[in-house]
Design a protein around this ligand. Structure first.
Ligand code: HEC
Ligand code: HEC
Ligand code: HEC
Ligand code: HEC
Ligand code: HEC
Ligand code: HEC
Ligand code: HEC
Ligand code: HEC
Ligand code: HEC
Ligand code: HEC
Length: 311
C-alpha cells in the first residue's frame, strides 16, 4: 500500500517537474523556443486554417495592431505556446488554453509583457491574492474596449461587487450610474500603493483631483478634513445628504461633545429640567437646527474670524 502510494507520488512529481520545465522554456526563450518533446511552432497561418473566427477577429486586436511583436508567424503561439503537435492531432489537450488554466498560470503569460504601467503592482494586490485572473476581467478574443469582458466597465466589477452597485442607488451617490465617472476614476483594479486599490497616494489626493477647492490651504483648517475625507463621507453612496456617513447633527456629535454648546438634541428636553442634572445647557444651537446652519464652511475657512467655520 505504502509502496504504491509513493509510486504514484513519483509519477505526479515527475509530471509536475516536466510541466515546470516546459513553462521555463516558454518564459526564457519566448516565441522562437523549441520544446523538448518535439512540439514546435506551427505559425499563425496554420492556426488560421482551422480557427477562422479567432484569426479574423485578431486583425483588429490591439495585440495584433501592436505590430512587430505579433507577426503573422508568431502571433497565436505567443500566448498559446507551440502548437505544431496540436495542429496535427487537433486535440485540445495538446494546446494551452488560457481560458482553462489556473489564474496564476494565466497571469504569468500576460505579465510576461504587462508588468509595468498600470499593471506594475499586480503581484500582491488584493485581486491577485484573491486568485483573480487577468481573464476574469479581460477576454482576448471576445473583449470590448480594453478587451474587457463586459461592454460597460462597471458591469465587470458588479460581477462580484454587488454591495457597491446597491450603494449607487442611494439618494446621494457619486454619479457612476449616470456615467460621469467610473470605478477606475478612483480605483486601479490591478493594484496600487494606497489601500483599497485607491489610485492615488492617499484618499484625500484622490478626492482633490476632482474637488480641488477642498484642498485649501485654509487659514483655519478643520482637522478631520485634513486627515481624511472619509471621516465624514462615504465614497459610493449614502442615504444622507452629500455622501455623508451619518446625518450631520450626529456626525458632528460623534466627535464633538454635546454637553454644553451646542448641546444635544435633547438638551432643552425634559431631562434638563430635572434638578441636579449636570447637562443643563442652553442648547439652542443644537435643538431643531442643523450645526451646518451656522457652521457653514465646514471644510475650512479663510475668513479672519472664521475659526469656528461660521463664515
Ligand atoms: C487542423 C485544424 C487545427 C489547427 C491547424 C489548429 N487547431 Fe486548434 N483546435 C482544433 C480543434 C478541432 C479543436 C477542438 C475544438 C473544440 O473542441 O471545439 C481545437 C482547439 C483549440 C483550442 C481550445 C483548446 C481547449 O482547451 O478547448 C485552442 C486554444 C487552439 N485550438 C489553438 C490553436 C492554435 C494556437 C493553433 C495554431 C498553432 C491551432 N489551434 C491550430 C483544430 C485545429
Ligand atoms: C494575447 C494572448 C493571446 C493571443 C496572442 C491569442 N490568444 Fe487565443 N486565447 C487567449 C486567451 C486568454 C483565451 C481564453 C479565452 C479568452 O480570454 O478569450 C484564448 C482562447 C482561444 C481559443 C479557445 C476558444 C475561445 O475563443 O475561447 C482559441 C481557439 C484560440 N484562443 C485561438 C487563437 C488563435 C487562432 C490565435 C491567433 C490568431 C490566438 N488564439 C491568439 C489568449 C491569446
Ligand atoms: C508578447 C507580449 C504580450 C502578451 C504575452 C500579452 N500582451 Fe496584452 N498587449 C501587448 C501589447 C504590445 C499591447 C498593445 C499595446 C498596449 O496597449 O499596451 C497589448 C494590449 C493589451 C490590452 C489593452 C487593450 C486596450 O485596448 O487598451 C489588454 C487589456 C491586454 N493586452 C491584456 C492582456 C492579457 C489579459 C494577456 C494574457 C492573456 C496579455 N495581454 C498578453 C502585449 C502582450
Ligand atoms: C478586476 C478586473 C481586472 C483584472 C483582474 C485585470 N484587469 Fe486589466 N483592466 C481592467 C479595467 C476595468 C481596465 C480599463 C480601465 C483602465 O484602463 O484602468 C483594464 C485595463 C487594462 C489594460 C489597458 C490599460 C493600460 O494602459 O494598462 C491592460 C494592458 C490590462 N488591463 C492588463 C491586465 C493584465 C495583464 C491583468 C492581469 C495581470 C489584468 N489586466 C487584470 C480590469 C481588470
Ligand atoms: C471575480 C470577482 C471580482 C471582480 C470581477 C472584481 N473584484 Fe474587486 N474584489 C474581489 C474580491 C474577492 C476582493 C477582496 C475583498 C472582499 O472580500 O470583498 C475585492 C476587493 C476589491 C476592492 C477593495 C480592495 C481592498 O484592498 O480593500 C476594490 C476597491 C475592488 N475590489 C475594486 C474592483 C473594481 C474596480 C472592479 C472592476 C474593474 C473589481 N473590483 C472587480 C473580487 C472581484
Ligand atoms: C469617487 C471615488 C470612487 C469611485 C468612483 C469608486 N470608489 Fe470604490 N472606494 C473609494 C474609496 C475612497 C474607498 C475606500 C473606502 C474606505 O476606506 O472605507 C473605496 C472602497 C471600495 C471597496 C472596498 C470597500 C467596500 O466598500 O466594499 C470596493 C469593493 C470598491 N470600492 C469598489 C468600487 C466599485 C465596484 C466602483 C464602481 C462601481 C467604485 N468602487 C467606485 C472610492 C471610489
Ligand atoms: C473623478 C472625479 C471625482 C473624484 C475622484 C471624486 N469625486 Fe466627488 N464628485 C464628483 C462628481 C462628478 C460629483 C457630482 C457633482 C455634481 O453633481 O455637481 C461629485 C460629488 C461629490 C459630493 C456631493 C454629493 C451630492 O450628493 O451632492 C461629495 C460629498 C463628494 N463628491 C465627495 C468626494 C470625496 C470624499 C471624494 C474622495 C473619496 C471624491 N468626491 C472624489 C467627482 C469626483
Ligand atoms: C468634518 C466632516 C467632513 C469632512 C472630514 C469632509 N467633509 Fe465634505 N462635507 C461635509 C458636510 C457636513 C457637507 C455638507 C455641507 C452642506 O450641506 O452644506 C460636505 C459637503 C461636501 C461636498 C459637496 C458640497 C460642496 O461643498 O461642494 C463635497 C464635494 C465635499 N464635501 C468634499 C469633501 C472632500 C474632498 C473632503 C476631504 C478633503 C471632505 N469633503 C471632508 C463634511 C465633511
Ligand atoms: C472625526 C471627528 C470630527 C468630526 C466628525 C467633526 N469634527 Fe469638528 N473638529 C474635530 C477636531 C479634531 C477639531 C480640532 C479641535 C482642536 O483643534 O482643538 C475640530 C474643530 C471644530 C471646530 C472649531 C473648534 C475650535 O475650538 O477651534 C468647530 C466649530 C467644529 N469642529 C465643528 C464641527 C461641526 C459643525 C461638525 C459636523 C459637520 C464637525 N465639527 C465634525 C473633529 C471632528
Ligand atoms: C445657531 C448657530 C449655531 C448652531 C446651530 C451651532 N453652533 Fe456651534 N457655534 C456657534 C457660534 C456662534 C460659535 C462661536 C463660539 C460661541 O459663541 O460659543 C460656535 C462654536 C462651536 C464650537 C467651538 C467652541 C466650543 O464651544 O467648543 C464647536 C465645536 C461647535 N460650535 C460645534 C457645534 C456643533 C457640533 C453643532 C451642532 C450640534 C453646532 N455647533 C451648532 C453657533 C452655532
Amino acid at each position: 500500500m505504502n509502496g504504491r502510494m509513493s509510486f504514484f507520488r513519483v509519477i505526479v512529481e515527475a509530471a509536475a517537474i516536466c510541466l515546470l520545465a516546459a513553462s521555463v522554456v516558454y518564459a526564457e526563450d519566448g516565441v522562437t523556443a523549441k520544446v523538448p518533446d518535439g512540439n514546435g511552432y506551427a505559425g499563425s497561418k496554420v492556426c488560421a486554417g482551422c480557427h477562422k473566427y479567432e484569426a479574423v477577429s485578431f486583425q483588429t486586436n490591439p495585440h495584433m495592431q501592436a505590430g512587430k511583436l505579433f507577426t503573422e508567424f508568431e502571433g497565436c503561439e505567443t500566448c498559446h505556446g507551440p502548437g505544431a503537435l496540436h495542429a496535427e492531432t487537433q486535440n485540445p489537450a495538446d494546446i494551452r488554453d488560457p481560458g482553462k488554466m489556473e489564474p496564476a498560470a494565466v497571469n504569468a503569460i500576460c505579465l510576461g509583457c504587462h508588468d509595468r504601467g498600470k499593471q506594475a503592482l499586480w503581484m500582491g494586490s488584493t485581486h491577485e491574492t484573491r486568485s483573480l485572473a487577468c481573464t476574469t476581467c479581460h477576454s482576448i478574443h471576445h473583449g470590448y474596449k480594453h478587451l474587457l469582458v463586459k461592454e460597460d466597465e462597471k458591469d465587470v466589477c458588479f460581477q462580484c461587487h454587488q454591495d457597491v452597485r446597491a450603494q449607487l442607488w442611494r439618494q446621494s451617490h457619486h454619479p457612476i450610474r449616470e456615467g460621469k465617472l467610473t470605478c477606475t476614476s478612483c480605483h486601479n483594479p490591478h493594484g496600487t500603493i494606497a489601500p483599497h486599490l485607491i489610485d492615488a497616494l492617499t484618499v484625500n489626493d484622490k478626492c482633490f483631483q476632482c474637488h480641488p477647492e477642498k484642498r485649501g490651504p485654509y487659514l483655519f483648517e478643520h482637522k478631520p478634513v485634513v486627515e481624511n475625507c472619509l471621516n465624514c463621507h462615504t465614497p459610493h453612496g449614502s442615504n444622507h445628504n452629500k455622501l455623508l456617513a451619518r446625518k450631520s447633527l450626529y456626525l458632528c456629535q460623534s466627535c464633538h461633545s454635546g454637553e454644553f454648546h451646542p448641546g444635544t438634541m435633547y438638551a432643552m428636553g425634559a431631562s434638563s429640567n430635572v434638578p441636579g442634572n449636570p447637562f443643563v445647557s442652553l442648547g439652542v444651537q443644537g435643538v431643531y437646527r442643523d450645526c451646518l446652519n451656522c457652521h457653514a464652511n465646514i471644510h475650512g475657512s479663510n475668513s479672519p474670524s472664521g475659526q469656528y467655520f461660521l463664515r
